[in-house]
Write a protein that binds this ligand. Structure first.
Ligand code: CTP
Ligand code: CA
Length: 225
């Protein structure tokens, strides 16, 4: 069902979501990337669309099935993702669920890098990618009214995520503990702490679809205020 035909509390609201990994080319056949199934971002897109929002879903190359009833923009690299986000704005809210590669290869090779047969190893030089969430959070004009970031952390999740929220200047950070022993990376469940100017709120462990529904409901409430 087209969003424009759906009724719901988010009818008429335009919401941008980034999701999935980015791929940063080394050469035409190789890349570096973060691990990301795209499952959480996809679930959020579906949940927001179900509340009637006009969703623009900017996704890197993710395994997860694409959300339904939303506008989909497919990208590969972080720089392409930033460009797609800037093109998709303005929006009432933006949710940055993508696992963006922090670095790209400074000068990707146009031709396949070959083994030289003598065991000489290639040396890759990196350049830092633009921070899409920070760029949008700090926009002087046309900033979405609500900007939501994610933070996949290990160790002191709340402290890292609180610092991240302040550094990037987004409104909310949805933080989770991705230490291997939690089993959250690649799984169907998530356990998040939502950090806002009201402090840190720990949600119980639940399915990624449930996290998405609750987040969509809270976004809806925030946009009505
Ligand atoms: N993010 C982004 N662009 C980047 C890096 C991250 O938009 N180049 C967004 C992610 O989508 C997420 C949030 O920023 O919403 C936090 O990502 P994270 O990787 O946890 O933050 P970093 O600042 O890259 O810090 P870290 O050193 O922990 O990776
Ligand atoms: Ca990062």
């Amino acid at each position: 069902v087209e969003a424009a035909l759906r009724d719901g509390p988010l009818k008429g609201k335009r919401i941008l979501i980034t999701s999935g990994p980015t791929h940063e080319p080394i050469d035409p056949v190789r890349y570096i990337a973060n691990r990301s199934s795209g499952a959480q971002g996809t679930a959020i897109a579906n949940a927001l669309a179900a509340l009637g929002a006009d969703v623009v879903f900017v996704t890197g190359p993710a395994d997860a099935a694409r959300p339904r009833g939303v506008e989909i923009v497919e990208v590969q690299s972080a720089r392409e993702m930033l460009e797609a986000v800037e093109t998709a704005l303005p929006a009432d809210a933006a949710v940055f669920a993508a696992a963006v590669a922090d670095w790209r290869v400074a000068s990707a090779s146009d031709s396949k890098i070959k083994k030289d047969g003598m065991g000489k190893l290639p040396v890759l030089e990196f350049a830092e990618n633009p921070d899409i969430l920070a760029t949008v959070s700090q926009m002087k004009a046309g900033r979405p009214g609500l900007v939501v970031g994610f933070a996949a952390e290990t160790d002191d999740v709340v402290a890292h995520a609180t610092a991240k929220r302040e550094r990037k200047q987004c409104d909310w950070i949805v933080a989770n503990d991705v230490s291997p022993e939690t089993g959250i990376m690649g799984g169907s469940e998530n356990q998040v702490v939502v950090i806002s100017d009201q402090g840190a709120e720990a949600w119980p462990r639940m399915g990624k679809d449930q996290v998405a529904k609750r987040l969509a409901a809270e976004i809806s409430t925030a946009l009505q205020e």
